[in-house]
Unconditional design. Structure first.
Length: 211
């Protein structure tokens, strides 16, 4: 009985990610972060915009994340739920996302402390960031039972490791990393969405077929 409940719980969690919108939104967020880091890498530190850019990091990331989350909910209401129905989650998928987010933040905080203490070099940042993404994706794969998330994590680990081996670190290296992993998320989301649209029927078509 307990195993059956776990299977049902995992399937309902999988449903949230069945349309690929989560990956598309996260990929877009990665692109925003990549552009932010690129601007930070290219702007001279004595430029008047530089301190504004630094101080607005949290606002930019949280604001972008909030807007993208709202967009996902709106698109799901118009695209996903009319096709395959709405699931009222007892434990919302947002809990899984927040746990994943906090895990990534803890790793990022530890990394920052190690950099400040000169215990690791800036060139190691892409590798450590890739490791953080890989752990988050591994956790998400475990929670959902979807193999594509650990696969994305493996790619993130390889990209981050390659950049660190090449000595491309700091903001420029992180910008390249996030733009690359953002592209991976977008491709994964697009393929998942395409498969979802092929397997499901719009409500107008299903209504006409029943007549």
């Amino acid at each position: 009985m307990g195993d059956d409940l776990q299977i049902i719980k995992k399937r309902t969690t999988q449903y949230w990610y069945s349309d690929g919108l989560y990956e598309l939104a996260f990929g877009a967020l990665c692109f925003v972060l990549a552009l932010y880091l690129l601007a930070q890498a290219l702007l001279p530190k004595d430029n008047l915009i530089y301190p504004i850019l630094i101080s607005s990091f949290v606002l930019i990331i949280l604001g972008s994340g909030f807007l993208l989350a709202r967009m996902v909910n709106v698109i799901k209401a118009r695209l996903t739920y009319p096709r395959t129905g709405y699931v009222a989650y007892q434990t919302k998928p947002g809990r899984t996302r927040w746990i994943s987010f906090l895990l990534g933040m803890v790793i990022a905080a530890v990394t920052s402390i190690l950099v400040v203490k000169n215990l690791i070099s800036l060139s190691m940042l892409p590798a450590i960031t890739g490791l953080a993404i890989a752990l988050v994706m591994l956790f998400l794969g475990f929670r959902t039972g979807l193999a594509r998330f650990p696969l994305i994590g493996l790619v993130a680990l390889l990209i981050g490791g390659a950049l660190s081996v090449l000595g491309i670190g700091d903001n420029l290296g992180l910008s390249i990393f996030y733009s690359s992993i953002g592209l991976i998320f977008v491709l994964s989301g697009a393929c998942t969405l395409r498969g979802y649209l092929k397997k499901t029927t719009p409500p107008q078509e299903s209504t006409n077929a029943g007549k």
